[in-house]
Design a binder for this molecule. Structure first.
Ligand SMILES: [Zn+2]
Ligand SMILES: [Zn+2]
Ligand SMILES: [Zn+2]
Length: 371
């Protein structure tokens, strides 16, 4: 009868660990469902934190401090919880602890000690020591004056905001503010400029129906006490940001910030064509001329049926010589799709622009030996 009992014990500890781990993850990366149900630190501490809309800076000073304390208490919370749940481990008889548990307990107490000390240090003299207060202090004589200037501008409805809850970027008339769980970065628009650093393309995929492009900008302050920081936003919001930012916005490398679905599709199409097998121009055949779509670039794609479209059986071999460039072929393909449902484009079909043979994206090959 011993075996089943000890098995139950082991599973108690396992179940507790899994639940604690999941709760920790939910605390650190609050899922939307938790947010909707109001299960966030912000909500639970709302009366102490005050209103973000009315007192942005004080709200974030308190919120970052609370995060530091609560998150630093998580390992110790695990130890205490496990001590109550487990009857086998006997975690509260400190003299009989095994070495690994002793180390864990020491580290957990140390982490919480550091978190709590930071909190108490920051809170002294009515938050004068908090990093946000310190960084605001570099913007003028008193951090409280800077804070109230930000708070006043933040209450206006025409501020720009982007990003997920808890990690939002705000642009007010004269400030750029980036919030995150442990810190808030603030730059005064007057003494900074923005640099487009890079873009990331998320091509149309099964997960997202339209695809997206994200732009990363570096906020560089002339004030040497304010470190540079990055902000990241969906390119759809880029124009609004540009309208709101009074400081110079530099796109030195001329990074293309796209907006339309067609342009995003060109990227996905291009990726697929790059992955397809290439086509070797037969020995002795004439060089392809310029693309008959744009007349600018040499034709560089050939349609070769390579897919096995068992379901529809629509695709057929096209015998046209290369007459189009990849971009024009893509735009033609996109124009033949259902314009209201871009998520279907990747799996779509189109007739060859010259001979009308049906092809899909898998049938587009780059021509190898030209130029
Ligand atoms: Zn072309
Ligand atoms: Zn054809
Ligand atoms: Zn096909």
């Amino acid at each position: 009868m011993m075996l089943p009992t000890s098995r139950t014990m082991a599973s108690e500890e396992f179940v507790f660990s899994v639940i604690y781990f999941l709760l920790t993850m939910c605390l650190l990366f609050t899922p939307t469902e938790f947010r909707a149900a109001g299960l966030t630190i912000e909500n639970i501490l709302s009366s102490w934190l005050g209103s973000e809309d009315m007192h942005l800076i004080y709200y974030h000073i308190k919120k970052t401090s609370a995060n530091v304390v609560i998150h630093s208490a998580l390992p110790l919370g695990y130890y205490i919880g496990l001590g109550f749940v487990s009857q086998k481990l006997d975690l509260f008889s400190f003299s009989q602890l095994t070495l690994p548990w002793m180390i864990f307990l020491g580290a957990a107490i140390g982490t919480f000690g550091i978190g709590l000390s930071l909190f108490l240090l920051w809170k002294r003299q009515n938050w004068n020591n908090h990093p946000i207060a310190k960084s605001l202090g570099y913007h003028g004589n008193s951090w409280r004056l800077a804070a109230s200037s930000i708070n006043i501008e933040f209450r206006r409805i025409d501020k720009f905001q982007t990003g997920p809850a808890g990690r939002r970027t705000y642009v007010t008339d004269s400030w750029i503010i980036k919030t995150s769980p442990y810190s808030v970065k603030i730059a005064h628009q007057q003494d900074c400029h923005l640099n487009v650093v890079k873009t990331e393309e998320h091509a149309i995929s099964h997960e997202s129906s339209t695809g997206a492009q994200f732009v990363t900008l570096n906020v560089i302050s002339l004030n040497e006490n304010i470190p540079d920081f990055e902000i990241r936003l969906n390119s759809i919001d880029y124009k609004d940001l540009k309208d709101k930012v009074a400081s110079p916005l530099v796109n030195a490398r001329n990074i293309i910030i796209q907006q339309s679905t067609t342009e995003r599709f060109v990227l996905a199409f291009r990726n697929q064509v790059d992955a397809n097998p290439t086509y070797n121009l037969p020995e002795g055949s004439p060089e392809p001329g310029n693309c008959i779509g744009c007349l600018q670039i040499q034709s560089n794609v050939k349609l070769i049926k390579r897919c096995d479209d068992q379901e529809s059986g629509d695709c057929v071999q096209c015998y046209c010589r290369p007459m189009w460039c990849c971009d024009c072929m893509c735009k033609w393909f996109a124009s033949r799709q259902n314009q209201t449902r871009p998520e279907t484009w990747l799996g779509g079909k189109s007739p060859c622009p010259t001979c009308r043979s049906v092809f899909c994206m898998l049938d587009v090959s780059l021509v190898n030996n030209i130029g």
